[in-house]
Design a protein around this ligand. Structure first.
Ligand SMILES: Cc1cc2nc3c(=O)[nH]c(=O)nc-3n(C[C@H](O)[C@H](O)[C@H](O)COP(=O)(O)OP(=O)(O)OC[C@H]3O[C@@H](n4cnc5c(N)ncnc54)[C@H](O)[C@@H]3O)c2cc1C
Length: 262
């Protein structure tokens, strides 16, 4: 269990950012589920829960998810489920259990850029952005590639571009970490293929996606699956070998594309 010398419920993002950079051992608090797995001694714990950042809203062109929204809110949100074939809700529904998802936040999940992350894989296949207090609005793909440095993730922004999408994960048991996660999307004729839990951070298979036309043939889909294996690196951990993951990827990418073309 981690410890805090001081707990502060901030009144503004400005205050939070000031505190965060005051001392290298000051930390932003999300739902605490990951933090509590560690045993670090932090100086100040910065709680954002009084800032109204736990909402899921939509504008004409975007869906916005505040950093303190929980995974359960994502799973049950009418707004989220209206778009992208409901893949965001589907991507979180196997994470541990309802009580856990009632606490785990989107901010903690995305900011941490976990190699096993379901939601990062799903968001990467959409036209997603993160808004950082200091870093401003940047594409999620860029954020995932950046080294982790101190900032506050304020919200996730997803463009409502009429994308079709399909999310698939493979798990040894239904609530375990994923062995592999795949999300495929199609916006007009443009595809995205995101592969996560490799077991490294989710990444896009850009060349594979280019092989897919608006209505790809069986051969096109087969070629895209082979290309995905060429361009994405898989690794081995206790949940599966690199070779097993690459075979899973081939199957899950094909199923994802077929789902969208149905
Ligand atoms: C046992 C267990 C099983 C899990 N299984 C899965 C799984 O199968 N699939 C999956 O995708 N995920 C899984 N997770 C991860 C989980 O879903 C959350 O992503 C994780 O708990 C982080 O969310 P949190 O709100 O608890 O963050 P916290 O633990 O509070 O914070 C995590 C980190 O993010 C930082 N942080 C939090 N909010 C912000 C913010 N707004 N801005 C900047 N930094 C911030 C904190 O300072 C900390 O460094 C699992 C976690 C645990 C503990």
């Amino acid at each position: 269990m981690f410890s805090l010398k001081e707990y502060i419920s901030v009144k503004s993002l400005e205050e939070a950012y000031g505190l965060l950079n005051q001392n290298k051992n000051n930390v932003i608090l999300g739902g605490l589920l990951w933090l509590k797995m560690g045993n670090k001694n932090y100086n100040k714990g910065i709680d954002l829960s009084q800032l109204g950042l736990d909402t899921i809203t939509e504008t004409e062109s975007e869906v916005e998810i505040g950093c303190m929204a929980t995974l359960r809110q994502i799973e049950t949100s009418q707004i989220i489920n209206n778009y992208f074939d409901g893949i965001l809700g589907k991507s979180v529904k196997n994470i541990v259990g309802v009580q856990f998802r009632n606490c785990a936040t989107v901010g903690g999940s995305v900011y941490s850029r976990f190699g096993f992350s379901d939601i990062l894989t799903a968001l990467l296949a959409l036209d997603s952005y993160v808004e950082l207090y200091k870093g401003g609005i940047i594409p999620l793909e860029q954020f995932v590639a950046m080294p982790i440095k101190k900032d506050i993730l304020i919200k996730i922004i997803i463009k409502k571009d009429g994308c079709r999408a399909s999310y698939k994960s493979h798990r040894i048991a239904s609530t375990d970490f994923p062995v592999l996660a795949v999300c495929v999307s199609r916006c007009s004729a443009s595809w995205k293929v995101a592969i996560g839990a490799r077991p490294n951070k989710a990444t896009l298979a850009i060349n594979a996606a280019k092989l897919l036309s608006q209505n790809p043939t069986k051969d096109d889909i087969g070629a895209a699956c082979v290309e995905a294996l060429n361009e994405v690196k898989f690794g081995t951990n206790l949940r599966g070998s690199a070779e097993y993951r690459s075979q899973l990827a081939k199957v899950l990418v094909r199923r994802g594309v077929e789902d969208i073309c149905k």
